[in-house]
Design a binder for this molecule. Structure first.
Ligand SMILES: [Zn+2]
Length: 278
């Protein structure tokens, strides 16, 4: 039977305005409002059926907070994790080693999602990502010298020789049997959402195309952090709504502290770890 493991990678912290830009506005009577630095979950998935085991994102690099990530990123979106939260540890906890992974699907290539691709270099493991994401990530990595300009793309994560990239192109399709993808540009150029169609109830991983349910339902609330706000509002959001209307899926958002506890309760989804972000 198909099964989805949610690998809990600990928590990140961000200014709440990454998610909801008009929080805590300064006003005439309060010109210096308190700002909220909030905890948000960080996770990836492993999808398993009779034919294959697929990693969906690969979490952050183990040394991310020990100097591997640029300083501004450690400062702006710090990550709190123990050894048990790391991608390889979580794999081990479900009885898997990197060598058991038959394919990798990257929703996008930001540092908290693409940090363990090195495990799949020279291993003949196909790595699927949207072509727009690959073009941007490699452009940013090669052209921008200042890490700040590279935003959350850390070239050391993905610029490995020996990765068997499989660029996917267009708007929607099937990446492997049982996993459909939909292009949701805005948070990142090649951001993709994934629908796990073979589970008892389909799961729609919106990923960082919507940090939270509150960004897309009941109405659109644009997040503060987007690569392209126009594409987010005009392309990603209508497509998220389209997939939700078509499939009536259980939806998983990218970093939502409010809906995170639900996900392990979906049929065929197993939450591996604790809700440690609290
Ligand atoms: Zn993320």
């Amino acid at each position: 039977m198909p099964r989805l493991y949610l690998l809990d990678h600990g928590y990140l912290e961000v200014d709440v305005r990454f998610h909801y830009p008009l929080q805590n506005l300064a006003t005439r009577s309060n010109t210096d409002p308190d700002l909220d630095f909030i905890r948000i979950p960080s996770f990836s998935f492993v999808y398993e059926d009779d034919d294959r085991t697929v990693a969906v994102d690969t979490g952050g690099h183990p040394d991310g907070m020990d100097g591997y990530w640029p300083g501004w990123l450690q400062e702006t979106v710090p990550w709190t994790r123990d050894e048990e939260h790391l991608f390889e540890s979580r794999l081990e906890q479900v009885g898997l080693a990197p060598s058991d992974i038959d394919a990798v699907v990257q929703t996008h290539l930001h540092n908290d999602h693409a940090g363990n691709l090195r495990l799949f270099a020279d291993e003949d493991v196909p790595v699927y990502a949207h072509r727009d994401e690959l073009e941007w990530a490699f452009y940013a990595g090669n052209v921008f010298q200042d890490p700040l300009d590279r935003s959350a793309w850390v070239p050391a994560d993905y610029a490995h020789d020996g990765l068997d990239w499989r660029p996917i192109e267009g708007e929607r399709g099937e990446v492997v049997p049982g996993i459909e993808w939909v292009h949701l540009p805005g948070h990142a150029p090649g951001m993709i959402g994934l629908v796990f169609t073979a589970l008892e109830e389909p799961v729609f991983l919106v990923g960082d195309a919507a940090f939270r349910e509150g960004n897309v339902f009941p109405e659109t609330v644009q997040p503060g952090a987007n690569w392209d706000h126009g594409k987010w509002a005009n392309v990603a959001v209508p497509r998220i709504r389209e997939v939700v209307a078509e499939r009536d899926p259980n939806v998983v958002y990218g970093h939502d502290p409010e809906t995170f506890d639900r996900y392990g309760g979906y049929p065929d989804v197993e939450h591996v770890g604790d809700t440690s972000f609290r």
